[in-house]
Design a protein. Structure first.
Length: 332
């Protein structure tokens, strides 16, 4: 692995305690939190992705099946981010030739939604292999492999999606090679109302619209907003959170890819949302609200507006998911 490599070969794996199978759910995420491009994000309760992992006799890592992707994701173990990252981890543990693993990936969330679809899958897979091995690694030790999954998926190893998906809650990403993941307190009434319009906004295209240079005055405004948002979260100050969640750098460029964006924003703010913006690279949008009632009202109003303009959409209303990935029963 590149700069995020960990030496895991001193980890001792007890093959007598390895499980036969495990089932894991990992949550969707809202990256950027409007003003924190590539450094802030939070997890939500739904949607998310699921991985079922089985120990088999034949050594190696294989994808057994993928459901819910419409045939878009590769089945090859070296090309799929889930299996490729599992292989990296097992290789660094020094046991890739000693264990056989087969994976079923169940996509419950849409690809290209701006909700961290690839991140949820990768996190589910890495959390699952760790659980199958009887949890020899901490979440901090799993994180570099999650970042590598993002590098494989979109060419850029950023952690604004995988960090909250793995750690749960709200996370701040500092640094590159010397990566720090900082957990931010979650105000108990903070809710997300997410609407996913059925339009296509590829992540790579959205990144190409971002300006390489910004005005100093805009940078200062954005820095102040990020600092104000973090302070507001620590203080549980919803007014400060609302004033701070403003994006003057990324949103103006990306909003042009999302039909009815400014109309949706006007609806959200008119009906009580603390703030409104793009989730990740879009096209999903998020209304950050105080309490579930406002989030429910805002998403309903936005869906009504989109429908009136001939655009289908999905909606999700969720508190911030503080748990992150979890092991599920096979009987559920």
């Amino acid at each position: 692995m590149p700069v995020y490599q960990h030496n895991l070969k001193d980890k001792k794996i007890d093959f007598n305690t390895i499980l036969d199978k495990v089932r894991v759910f990992a949550p969707a995420t809202v990256a950027n939190m409007i003003c924190g491009f590539d450094i802030l994000g939070f997890a939500v309760d739904e949607p998310g992705d699921e991985v079922k992992m089985y120990r088999v006799a034949e050594p190696g890592v294989r994808i057994r099946s993928i459901v819910g992707d419409g045939g878009r994701l590769p089945l090859g173990a070296d090309r799929n981010t889930v299996s490729a990252c599992v292989k990296m981890l097992l290789n660094d543990l020094g046991i890739l030739q000693d264990i056989g693993v087969e994976i079923e990936l169940i996509k419950h969330m849409p690809i290209g939604s701006g909700l961290g679809s690839s991140s949820a899958s990768t996190v589910a897979g890495l959390f699952a292999i760790n659980a199958l091995l009887n949890n020899p690694l901490t979440k901090d030790e799993l994180m570099p492999y999650c970042v590598e999954g993002e590098r494989l998926a979109c060419g850029h190893g950023h952690a604004d999606n995988v960090a909250p998906a793995l750690m749960g809650g709200i996370t701040l990403v500092r640094g590159g090679a010397d990566l720090d993941i900082v957990k931010i307190p979650v105000p108990k009434e903070l809710y997300a109302g997410i609407v996913f319009p059925q339009v296509d906004v590829p992540t790579r295209d959205a990144r190409q619209l971002i300006k390489e240079k910004v005005l100093l005055k805009d940078a200062v405004t954005q820095w102040g907003n990020i600092a104000g948002l973090v302070a507001g979260l620590f203080q549980e100050d919803y007014d400060l959170i609302s004033r701070s969640m403003q994006d003057v750098i990324i949103e103006p460029s990306r909003a042009i890819l999302i039909p009815e964006f400014y109309a949706m924003k006007e609806i959200a703010l008119a009906h009580g949302a603390l703030s409104f913006g793009i989730s990740g690279s879009g096209p999903s949008v998020v209304a950050v609200s105080k309490g579930p009632e406002v989030a429910e009202l805002v998403t309903t109003k936005i869906q009504d507006h989109l429908s009136a303009n001939g655009i289908e959409s999905f909606k999700y209303v969720s508190a911030v998911n503080v748990e992150g990935p979890k092991v599920l029963s096979f009987n559920d």
